[in-house]
Design a protein around this ligand. Structure first.
Ligand SMILES: [Zn+2]
Ligand SMILES: [Zn+2]
Length: 247
């Protein structure tokens, strides 16, 4: 796949410089490069407060706690997980149109919002050395035709100048959908050994990696990938997603 995919994000960005486009949510014509009108931008289900470690939304109660109870008891193998949106309307439908109907313009818009958040988060501090889109198993990649996490990462990479680590790891186990598994034990077992590092040489001078995905729900995928990355001696791992869902 690497190097042979059409570069949808670059094509989309160029086109939008010249042609007004409909808002991806309400279809009103907008001149915004992001194809998102001001009203719909403001109405997106932004996460205002979340657990600093796992990114799960926390009640905006004014109380000063930054971690959920689970993370206080059971620390995760990465520094933080940051999700931009609640997995609710209209983001849930937008992600389905992006992922299952290949509406890559929607992915472009949402990825740019992630890039904005990246630039804020790492302003004045050291950025990750690499962006790592969560790899898809080759059978899923063949069925879908593209990896949504890679499309998001391409936009973030271009905006932040952080190199893409596409192809460094692969998904070697064709796992079941995490949301379909009812227990945490089954989800953990499902993801165990799911990823493998295939280009160890390219990781020699890498200390800090940002994992990127469209939706994080159970953390089992992120934990499994982070454990594989950690096994290669990477010291800092951050996790980013467009939507942070809860079961
Ligand atoms: Zn709109
Ligand atoms: Zn937490």
């Amino acid at each position: 796949m690497k190097g042979t995919e059409p570069d949808f994000t670059r094509w989309s960005a160029k086109l939008r410089e010249f042609v007004p486009s409909p808002c991806i949510v309400c279809s009103v014509t907008t001149n915004s490069v992001l194809s998102l009108c001001h009203h719909c931008y403001a109405d997106l289900p932004w996460i205002s407060k979340s657990c600093h470690t796992c990114g799960i939304p926390l009640p905006d109660s004014g109380l000063h706690f930054n971690y959920c109870a689970r993370c206080l008891i059971d620390p995760l193998p990465f520094s933080f997980c940051k999700g931009l949106f609640h997995y609710s309307s209209p983001v849930k439908k937008l992600l389905a149109r992006f992922k299952f109907h290949a509406q890559l313009d929607i992915g472009f818009t949402l990825s740019n919002l992630m890039a904005n958040s990246f630039l804020n988060e790492y302003a004045g501090i050291s950025k990750p050395d690499l962006l790592l889109p969560v790899p898809l198993h080759r059978s899923k990649l063949k069925r879908r035709g593209f990896n949504q996490a890679l499309e998001i990462s391409k936009v973030v990479s271009r905006r932040t100048a952080i190199p893409l680590g596409d192809g460094l790891f692969e998904k070697v186990k064709n796992t079941q959908s995490q949301a379909e598994l009812e227990s945490a034990v089954k989800r953990k077992r499902n993801q165990r050994g799911a990823f493998s590092c295939i280009e160890i040489e390219r990781l020699k001078s890498v200390n800090h990696i940002a994992i990127i995905d469209d939706v994080v729900t159970t953390m089992a995928t992120a934990k499994s990938l982070a454990a594989t990355i950690e096994g290669q001696g990477i010291r800092q791992i951050d996790v980013w997603c467009l939507a942070r869902a809860t079961l």
